[in-house]
Write a protein of this length. Structure first.
Length: 122
C-alpha cells in the first residue's frame, strides 16, 4: 500500500489544529485513528510529516562494481548470462541469477546481444 501524500497529511494536521478530535478527523478523512496519531506525533517531534522512502531491495551488483562487470563481459563476449553469472560467482561471494545480470546490464545501459553461432536450416 502506498503512503498518503504529504499534502493530504498536512490537511489532517491542519484539521487537528481547528478541531482536536482525532477520531472525528480520522472518520472525515477516511484514515485510521492510528494514522492520525502517527502524523501528529511526527509533526510534533520532527516538525515534518513526509512519508518515509520505501527502502526497496538491495542490488546484488553495486554500481561501483560495474567496471569490473564490464571487463568480465568484454573478456567473454560470447558467454551467456548464465555463464557470466557463474564466472562472476567464482570471484565474488554471491552468484547472481541470470535475471539479476539482465537487470544490471539494463541499469548500466549496456546492450548485450550474443552473436548467432549457427542458423537453423529449413
Amino acid at each position: 500500500m502506498k503512503a498518503y501524500p504529504s499534502i493530504f497529511r498536512q490537511k489532517i494536521i491542519e484539521a487537528y489544529q481547528v478541531n482536536p478530535n482525532k477520531a472525528q478527523i480520522a472518520a472525515n478523512f477516511g484514515v485510521s485513528l492510528s494514522s492520525v496519531k502517527r502524523y501528529l506525533k511526527m509533526e510534533q517531534t520532527t516538525g515534518q510529516f513526509e512519508p518515509k522512502p520505501n527502502p526497496g531491495r538491495k542490488v546484488a551488483i553495486k554500481p561501483e562494481q560495474y567496471p569490473e562487470l564490464e571487463q568480465l563481459i568484454q573478456a567473454n563476449p560470447s558467454a551467456t548470462l548464465e555463464e557470466l553469472s557463474i564466472k562472476w560467482g567464482e570471484t565474488h561471494p554471491n552468484t547472481p541469477t541470470t535475471g539479476t545480470f539482465s537487470r544490471t546490464l539494463k541499469r548500466m545501459q549496456w546492450s548485450y546481444k550474443k552473436k548467432v553461432k549457427s542458423r537453423r536450416t529449413q
